[in-house]
Design a protein around this ligand. Structure first.
Ligand code: FES
Length: 156
């Protein structure tokens, strides 16, 4: 290397730049891991409250399944009630069969009455009743996380 070439970095300068660059990359990596370590590890779940709309949407005697919410809204002569549509066996989504007047599970054949009572199949128990009430706007609200004893009807 010619001694008078000032544009080329010396060996010492090249090693210093390499060292500074390595430290900068290490600091950036530590910053990324530190941020992910310190930021909250929170799982945001949707609200368990389902809005089923106005009661007049449901004719007397109707059984309506809300596939998205995984519930049934039933308008019986005693009042409204809601059932979980999730099978108590292994969690499949049940379906209402109007011809047979039953709720059936397509996975392993469990059957339930429209009151949620287990009729047959491997399900260990009936479909849970869920808390139903009227919201401020007069709409039916169902708390999918609140299981209530059967036969608690909402009269509107
Ligand atoms: S999941 Fe419904 S019967 Fe098995």
């Amino acid at each position: 290397m010619p001694e008078d070439d000032k544009t080329q970095p010396t060996r010492r300068e090249a090693f210093i730049k390499l060292g500074v660059g390595s430290v900068a990359v290490a600091c950036a990596g530590a910053g990324v891991f530190g941020y992910s370590y310190l930021s909250p590890n929170v799982l945001y779940e949707p609200s368990p409250i389902a809005n089923a709309g106005k009661p007049d949407r449901y004719p007397l005697g109707s059984v309506n399944q809300d596939l998205e919410a995984g519930i049934y809204i039933i308008h019986s002569p005693e009042g409204f009630y809601a059932l979980s549509a999730t099978c108590t066996h292994l969690g499949c989504l049940t379906v209402w069969n109007a011809d047979l007047d039953i709720i059936a599970c397509p996975c392993h054949g469990s059957k339930f009455s429209k009151q949620g009572v287990k009729l047959e199949g491997p399900a260990p128990r009936g479909l849970p009743w869920l808390k139903v009430w009227l919201g401020d706007e007069g709409e039916l609200l169902v708390d999918r996380a609140s299981v209530i004893p059967p036969k608690q009807y909402l009269r509107t």
